[in-house]
Design a protein around this ligand. Structure first.
Ligand code: IPM
Ligand code: SF4
Length: 469
């Protein structure tokens, strides 16, 4: 029978089918971080269970970590406790732990792929919704709750009903200045934040084939923001090229054997999806959000839609605009901005810093902008230095912080103050997401860079054209 990529990976990991119930599903790789694992370990202990496969479990600290002075003790007591619990639990159970200051430390969804832990055809979970990122490699990867974290620790399995399957095809060429982030924000703006609820998405078409692995990770990362359980892209030469030679990637015969399997991982021609959507890459502009969910996005040259032009929910729509202090019909371009955040598991990779640098090179940071540039990991930080990007951004008046989730969510010291407007390359713009009362515009690293040098929301194409002319 014909199978989708998703079916192939899923079916090969089901170790027991429960009649009219969920599948018992084997997990190859389990990532843990300081927010959702401490309670799971407490549960494990209270039930006198142990960690079944410590070697399949990987711990990194990211959410509660400061992004300056990481060599000093963490001041916030709550954060310090979470970090300590992660370290102690990892030590107690023999789990590899990349804590604060460790050379391999960084955001869980950045360090997993960087170290060859994320592989095609694998099943990967973490107590974190953006685990969908790892689907970029042709893995089935999704976020789980704390009780499931405990279940995976003790059994390496979880019970899951098989989601429905959706394929999103984007073909055609992307326009100048249009990045993977824009493709994802465009799709979410079309589907809304619940448009893929109950589905696991496969992204297909030239636009994704032509993307780098970093770009594919950005897209898969945002799958969760349209309600999907996860998103994935079939592996290809780019995938193998990316993973080859990384710390935990198989080598020698194991690599050859793995390659044999990986090369079977694509959707059969006549396989059927529960839902299939098609978009044209040429229709996509650099995107920006104007509201308080990631689906409230528009092409940057557009105006904020009128409530009556949208289907349903006008009360919440108006509430959202009033929180943002915006009006229907407002243009996004030219809005004065206070903060620019480049980072997160969506856009904290080397390619994102290259894009940012391509715009700020030879210019100066605008006076009214506070910019937080936060690499997703020490590996990204090192590449920024080695490639000369640090020199470019320093020359333009920016500083580089140390790795972590930072201003993506208000769980550490990097909080956007109340009322302030931030252009952010992260993935969520909910009320207070970046700090109580903060206001967030989600956009690509190019839009963030253009805004950082002009001080107002700016279409990066205007600066890129000038740079090229
Ligand atoms: C803290 C964690 C559980 C959370 C998530 O699940 O996504 C965070 O990473 C986020 O981005 O909101
Ligand atoms: S960077 Fe943001 S989205 Fe990613 S794991 Fe951290 S808090 Fe969650």
């Amino acid at each position: 029978m014909s199978k989708t990529l998703f079916d192939k990976v899923w079916d090969s990991h089901v170790i027991r089918k429960i009649e009219d119930g969920p599948d018992v599903f084997f997990i190859d790789r389990h990532f843990i971080h300081e927010v959702t694992s401490p309670v799971a370990f407490l549960g494990l202990k209270s039930r006198n269970n142990s960690v079944l496969y410590p070697q399949r479990t990987f711990a990194t600290a990211d959410h509660n970590t400061p992004t300056i002075n990481q060599h000093l003790p963490v001041e916030d007591p709550l954060s310090a406790n979470q970090l300590k619990a992660l370290e102690e639990n990892a030590a107690e159970w023999g789990i590899s732990h990349w804590g604060l200051g460790h050379q391999k430390n960084g955001i869980v969804h950045v360090v997993g792929p960087e170290n060859g832990i994320t592989l095609p055809g694998a099943t990967i979970v973490c107590g974190d919704s953006h685990t969908s990122t790892h689907g970029a490699f042709g893995a089935i990867a999704f976020g789980i709750g704390t009780s499931e974290v405990e279940m995976v620790l003790s059994t390496q399995c979880i019970m899951q009903p098989k989601p429905k399957k959706m394929r999103i095809n984007v073909n055609g060429a992307l326009g100048f200045g249009v990045t993977p982030k824009d493709v994802a924000l465009y799709i979410i703006s079309k589907l809304t934040t619940s448009g893929a609820t109950g589905y696991f998405v496969e992204y297909a078409g030239d636009v994704f084939r032509n993307m780098t692995m970093e770009g594919r990770m950005t897209v898969c990362n945002l799958s969760i923001e349209m309600g999907a359980r996860g998103g994935m892209i079939a592996p290809d030469e780019k995938t193998y090229e990316y993973i080859k030679g990384r710390a935990l990637t198989p080598t020698g015969d194991a690599w050859d054997k793995a390659m044999e399997y990986w090369q079977t991982l694509s959707t059969d021609d006549d396989a059927v999806f529960d839902k299939e959507l098609n978009f044209n890459g040429a229709d996509i502009e650099p995107m920006i959000t104007y509201g308080t969910n990631p689906g409230m996005g528009i092409g940057i040259s557009n105006i904020i839609p009128n409530a009556e032009d949208l289907e349903g929910g006008s009360a919440t729509y108006k509430k959202s605009l009033s929180y943002m202090n915006f009006l229907e019909g407002d243009s996004m371009i030219g809005k004065p901005v206070d903060f620019v955040f480049l980072g997160s598991c969506t856009n904290g990779r080397i390619e994102d810093f290259r894009a940012f640098a391509s715009i700020v090179k030879g210019k100066k940071k605008a006076q009214n902008i506070t910019a937080w540039l936060v690499p997703g990991s020490h590996e990204v930080e090192a590449a920024i230095k080695n490639e000369g990007i640090l020199d470019i951004i320093t020359e333009a008046g920016f500083t580089l912080r140390e790795p972590g989730c930072s201003a993506c969510l208000a769980m550490n010291d990097d909080k956007i103050p109340a009322g302030k407007l931030a252009v952010s390359t992260s993935n969520r713009n909910f009320e207070g997401r970046q700090g109580p009362g903060s206001r967030t515009l989600l956009a690509s690293p190019l839009v963030a860079a253009a805004t950082a040098v002009t001080g107002v929301v700016t279409d990066p194409r205007t600066l890129l054209e000038k740079a090229i002319a």
